[in-house]
Every structure is written in structure tokens, then in C-alpha cells.
Design a protein around this ligand. Structure first.
Ligand code: HEM
Ligand code: HEM
Length: 188
């Protein structure tokens, strides 16, 4: 399997980064739900609220790096031809969905980072490095960034429902093997 995309299918790099982002985002949603529900001295799986916040912020910044790599990788080679079983409407839908997914992959971590930086909370990267705060406390920016973060999370969930729903519909109901376009070893 070639490293970069070609007209006959997605390359190894796109596939690896796609599933890495899925894993990182699954962690982010799980950690966010735990950290927002824990209070005081309570722990979940042996970790307190501040540990979950730290991991959520740190993994979020890793996800930003991976999203940028992904965009750069997408610019290499050619974009794969459409799967022949997709209708014109589905192609238009997928095109729009992918734009929103890329926007969310950038908006989520950037808004989260701006929220904690402008809010004066900062980021202690993986509990080992206190990142310098290059924005002074700016409450109105922090509030705008916080609501962007929350709003983007809902937009992301709605868009992913469409993305995954379409893939599963084609794979499980129409049985055209669409999911294989993003899995190892088979192109096309
Ligand atoms: C990269 C992907 C990220 C995803 C998918 C994500 C997802 C989420 C979600 C779903 C929530 C809960 C929102 C709600 O209240 O309903 C949340 C909250 C939060 N996130 Fe993220 N996040 C990401 C990155 C980051 C980053 C990079 C930071 C900071 C450096 C961050 C900081 C926060 C904070 C502080 C909250 C709590 C907000 C509050 O007080 O309500 N997030 N995140
Ligand atoms: C955080 C979750 C996800 C994000 C952000 C995401 C994002 C994307 C993006 C942007 C593409 C376009 C190709 C590219 O530029 O990489 C894509 C394609 C694809 N995704 Fe996802 N995806 C997610 C989850 C999933 C899941 C859970 C599945 C499996 C059900 C899936 C299956 C696919 C398939 C099969 C394609 C290729 C579609 C085609 O071109 O025919 N994705 N995804």
C-alpha cells in the first residue's frame, strides 16, 4: 500500500492518521465527561479531576498536531476517486461533512487551548511541563472560546453521526464494502 493517497485509494498515512484521530477523540469525549462530573476529592479509575483535565488538555494538543499532519498528508498525491456506489447526493453530502470534520478537528483543540490560556488556567503538559501562558488573562476571550469549544463538540457529534451512519449504511446494508476504503491492505 503506498504511503500517500492516489486516485485508486487512500494511502497508509491517511488511514493511520484517520484511526489515530478516532482514538484520540474517543479519549477526549470520555475524559471530558468524567472531568466535568467529578468533584472535590472524588476519583474515577484511580484518578482525580485535575489529572483528567491535564490529560484532556495534553491529548487535545496532540490531536491538534495530528490534524495538521493529516491536512498536510492530504495535500500529497491525488484524492481517491469516489466509490462507484455513492450517489451524486451522497457525494455532495460527504464533501460537506469532510469540510466540517476538518474544521472541527482544528476548532476543538484551538478553542480549548484559548479557553484555558485566556482564562488563566494554563496547560501542564502530561503533568511534566507547565507551558508558558502567552496570553494575559482575558475573560471575554475565555468565555467566547469556551462556548466555541462546547458548540463545536455538539456540531462534531452531529456531523460524525452522519459520517459514520453513511459508512455503516453502505457497509452493512448495501454491502458494498465502503469501510475497506479506510482499512489496511485494500485500496479502491
Ligand atoms: C482535540 C480535541 C478536543 C475535543 C474533541 C474536546 C472535547 C471536549 C468536550 C466534549 C468537552 C465537554 C463540553 C461540554 O461541556 O459539553 C470539553 C470540555 C473542555 N475541554 Fe476539550 N476537547 C478537545 C481539546 C481540548 C484542548 C486542547 C483543551 C485545552 C488545552 C481543552 C480544554 C477543555 C476544558 C477546560 C473543558 C471544560 C469546559 C467547561 O468548563 O465546561 N479541550 N472538551
Ligand atoms: C473522530 C472521528 C472521525 C473523524 C474526524 C473522521 C474524519 C474523516 C475524514 C476527514 C475523511 C475523509 C478522508 C480524509 O481526508 O482523511 C474520512 C473518511 C472515511 N471515514 Fe472517517 N472519521 C471519523 C470516524 C470514522 C469512523 C468511526 C468510521 C467507521 C465507521 C469512519 C470511516 C471512514 C471511511 C470508510 C472513510 C472513507 C470514505 C470514502 O472516501 O469513501 N470514520 N473520515
Amino acid at each position: 500500500m503506498p504511503l500517500y493517497n492516489s486516485s485508486s485509494g487512500y494511502g497508509a498515512l491517511t488511514k493511520a492518521l484517520h484511526w489515530l484521530v478516532v482514538a484520540l477523540f474517543a479519549f477526549q469525549f470520555a475524559a471530558a465527561n468524567i472531568m466535568l462530573r467529578l468533584d472535590g476529592d472524588a476519583t474515577a479509575m484511580g484518578m482525580g479531576q485535575s489529572t483528567y483535565y491535564n490529560w484532556h488538555k495534553s491529548i487535545g494538543l496532540v490531536a491538534l498536531l495530528v490534524a495538521v499532519l493529516r491536512l498536510l498528508a492530504r495535500r500529497q498525491g491525488a484524492l481517491p476517486n469516489w466509490a462507484p456506489t455513492l450517489s451524486g447526493r451522497e457525494r455532495a453530502f460527504i464533501h460537506r461533512v469532510e469540510q466540517v470534520l476538518y474544521a472541527a478537528m482544528l476548532a476543538m483543540p484551538v478553542s480549548g487551548f484559548l479557553y484555558v490560556t485566556a482564562g488563566g488556567y494554563g496547560v501542564n503538559l502530561f503533568g511534566v511541563w507547565e507551558m508558558p501562558n502567552f496570553i494575559a488573562a482575558w475573560p471575554s476571550l475565555a468565555t467566547a472560546a469556551k462556548w466555541t469549544h462546547i458548540f463545536s463538540a455538539y456540531v462534531l457529534v452531529a456531523t460524525l453521526t452522519g459520517h459514520v451512519g453513511l459508512v455503516l449504511w453502505h457497509t452493512l446494508v448495501l454491502r458494498d464494502g465502503l469501510i475497506w476504503r479506510m482499512l489496511p491492505r485494500r485500496n479502491g
